[in-house]
Ligand binder design. Sequence first.
Ligand code: FAD
Ligand code: DLZ
Ligand code: SF4
Length: 511
Amino acid sequence: MKLRLILGDQLSLTLSSLTDLDPQNDLLLMCEVRSEATYVKHHKKKIAFVFSAMRHFAEGLSGKGLNIRYVKYDDPNNTGSLFGEVARIIAQNAISEVVLTAPGEYRLQTEMAGWSAKLDLPVTIKDDNRFLCTPTEFADWAEGRKQLRMEYFYREMRRKHSILMDQDGPRGGQWNYDSENRKPPKSGLEIPDTYHAQPDDITQEVIALVEAHFPDHFGDLLPFHFAVTRDQALEALDEFIAKRLNLFGDYQDAMIQNEPWMYHSHIGFYLNCGLLTPLECVERAEAAFHKGTAPLNAVEGFIRQILGWREYVRGIYWLKMPDYKSTNFLEATRPLPDFYWTAETQMNCMRQCITETKQNAYAHHIQRLMVLGNFALIAGLDPDEVNNWYLLVYADAYEWVELPNVTGMVLFADGGQLASKPYAASGAYINKMSNYCGSCKYKPTVKNGPTACPFNYLYWDFIGRNDGKLRGNPRMGFMYKSLDRMSDEKRQAVQDDTRRFFTAIDTDEKV
Ligand code: FAD
Ligand code: DLZ
Ligand code: SF4
């Protein structure tokens, strides 16, 4: 009898560890364990989502007549770790081999590599077949390239999977329509609400469990409306394609006060735990283009995120781990300010994005990158603390996708292996792409002094502080020319404002 362990982010019937399943003899194991729920203190909503989706998936397997053992979090015999649960079930059954699909995080992969010796049994770890590019294929693509730019990887993926192709060339003549996808928000947009599932008895039970066992974890548990089954996740995907995809491209980078969901898809949670597959999302979006219900800039933009960015960051993760986790090219050491947890700040953009993160375990890409991430970059926050925050606050966060986005894209801590230059920006960018500044104590047009937008002086302090590391970057030349032209008085004002701002944070003053 083989034991097949299914992890909480492996909720797919097509999983590689299930392909040669012997339904009569094999035993399946799923377990809610303390080690996975607390290796970072995940957002309450994320734990509720994963546990509820796991329970629904197990119920589906059991309905198919499969022999599944499901260990609940509050089972008195629960040992609290994946290994403990595997060892416990082996002690009770005649297991000849353990089979599983490779986990999504390096820490677990390393741990599992030692299981066979500890269990004195063969442990077969199969490649995760739910991605469109394996780590080996990515390493082959990366071999010998000086720069690993997403755009070239993406073009190969388009060709390989024949997505949005016209014979050999890209549909519409261009590979990338990003330049059409940067419209600032305008008033009067009617933004459809995100998908709302009705919590059933299983979800209600899980919500009570999370409330009882994780009271000190970050975030609001209620309201809870995520999809927790594959059918619901497909409904959420179809709703996005019918109601929001048409404007996804235009407003991809836009931010509006009290509009956390915008025209994004909100399917990252479902993709990353296996309820949806990347190819079906891409194909449904492409079909909308062919039907004429969504324009090319929107469909290409959406497809690029999944076929391009998602696969690319995973490739980078497995190529660069474990060293990637400890990189700190800019030698940033400032602790994460308390307002990342409390949202108590007068910077309205930060307050909005943190409050929404707390409520929804979600923020869209530009909020993560150009507000929360931009601040972390220009304030010089410690990469370990920033990574810890991003890994625990979002319901779609797993290290394979979170780490390259934070360490590479946001913090430039990898020295430019992923991004060609830091995504640093002053208040002018946030003011252009959002309506946050209108309700802020600070003024985006004021550069120095107590009413100045902190992003303005922090930006120039960041450029000056990292002169030795960034001046040589060809894409930063323009910024260093501006810095060189800056008067001594202006430089001094930037330094004074920055010092005052950091002192205020260090002394728990509200900034
Ligand atoms: P949409 O905007 O509708 O995009 C569709 C899908 O494309 C997403 O669901 C996602 O699967 C994929 N995608 C888009 N951008 C990226 C990207 N940069 N990297 C990988 N996949 C992408 N994404 C995660 O899935 N988990 C994370 O932990 C995560 N952390 C991030 C941290 C930072 C600092 C930044 C800048 C980005 C992060 N992203 C992460 C990428 C992106 O922000 C989210 O995938 C997206 O916001 C999820 O919302 P959505 O489903 O509405 O996405
Ligand atoms: C995220 C998560 C949580 C909160 N809980 C569990 C769990 O109790 N049992 C489990 O098998 N998986 C869980 N997961 C998902 C794992 O953390 C995920 O499989 C690894 O991080 C690898 O990607
Ligand atoms: Fe954010 Fe500055 Fe605008 Fe305030 S003024 S919302 S701090 S960008």
